[in-house]
Ligand binder design. Structure first.
Ligand SMILES: C[S@@+](CC[C@H](N)C(=O)[O-])C[C@H]1O[C@@H](n2cnc3c(N)ncnc32)[C@H](O)[C@@H]1O
Length: 287
């Protein structure tokens, strides 16, 4: 069995990534510091400076991602003066200028959110997971995230109309079509782009962790065993831990030394972990 590697590096990802070659990672998945959040722990970036701050770092992400690789960015705009700030929208536009394709947007619906009361809005129960690519031909393993057909099949497939048993083309002339009867007898279906995942309530000694199920879903969708995954804002190490459990190599970077130590405790649990090992960069580029 090939050696599985987890590298955990302390520093600003913009600088640390300069040690890595072009076109190296298969998947980048991360949750960066949100604008003006958690100033006391790791310094918030003002919303008005956020795009410039991020773009300097995403230049490195673009360089180190393989041509068929994917970048998943978990982010959510804050409310400022009673309005949603537009920095996420501005960031998407700036990243497109930088050379990224904004290929998809997944919604992470936090299905266990507790209720709240605000005078002019309701509980914020979702976050964006933006997908960016370098090319329209990116690698995707859709079968890895299929879900049981469920009640939909029982109810819908028992009442087929005449347009359900032929390929029925979109009336909006989008070029898409569907034949509902193709799903008869199948047990598994493709999921939607809405992920219903609870937030994790266990205290991980980090105030902004995402649940393991979130990176797990994207790791399965976009990578195979022994591929390379990067989390440039690794925090408590959720992505590196998940990558290990799914037999993927990974690199995690965080500016705060304590978080790197915390992340190391996560992957030490697995038997294959080798910290700061010498990576055969040239071999990975050829694979
Ligand atoms: C939202 S948290 C990530 C949480 C992570 N997804 C988890 O599950 O634990 C963002 C992290 O980015 C780190 N960070 C902030 N600026 C950074 C930079 N320039 N380079 C690397 N890490 C940075 C912070 O220390 C923080 O741990």
């Amino acid at each position: 069995m090939a050696e599985l590697i987890s590298e955990l590096r302390q520093g600003d990802c913009q600088e640390v990534l300069k040690d890595y070659p072009d076109n190296f990672f298969d998947l980048i998945i991360t949750s960066p510091p949100y604008a003006d959040r958690r100033k006391s722990t790791y310094g918030g970036i003002s919303p008005n400076k956020y795009v410039a701050w991020f773009i300097e770092r995403s230049e490195q992400f673009l360089r180190v991602l393989k041509p068929a690789g994917t970048f998943i960015l978990n982010i959510k705009e804050k409310v400022e003066n009673g309005e949603r700030h537009t920095y996420v929208i501005e960031l998407i536009l700036a990243m497109r200028q930088q050379g990224w394709l904004w290929t998809e947007e997944f919604i992470w619906h936090k299905k266990n959110c507790h209720p709240g009361k605000w005078p002019n809005r309701f509980r914020d129960a979702w976050e964006r997971c933006l997908q960016f690519n370098k090319s329209k031909k990116f690698t995707m393993y859709q079968e890895n995230v299929m879900i049981p057909m469920g009640d939909w099949a029982d109810k819908r497939l028992k009442k087929l109309g005449k347009n359900d048993i032929i390929r029925f083309n979109s009336q909006a002339k989008s070029g898409f079509g569907k034949n509902i009867s193709n799903w008869i007898g199948r047990t598994m279906a493709y999921p939607t782009n809405v992920l219903y995942l609870p937030t994790e309530t266990s205290n991980k000694n980090h105030s902004a962790t995402f649940p393991k199920a979130l990176p797990e879903w994207f790791v399965k969708l976009f990578t195979k065993e022994y591929d390379w995954i990067l989390d440039p804002f690794v925090g408590s190490g959720t992505v590196v831990e998940t990558a290990h459990e799914l037999f993927r190599n990974s690199v995690g970077i965080d500016i705060i030394p304590e978080f790197i130590e915390l992340a190391k405790t996560k992957v030490k649990k697995t038997e294959y972990c080798l910290f700061d090992s010498k990576i055969d960069y040239e071999k990975n580029k050829k694979d």
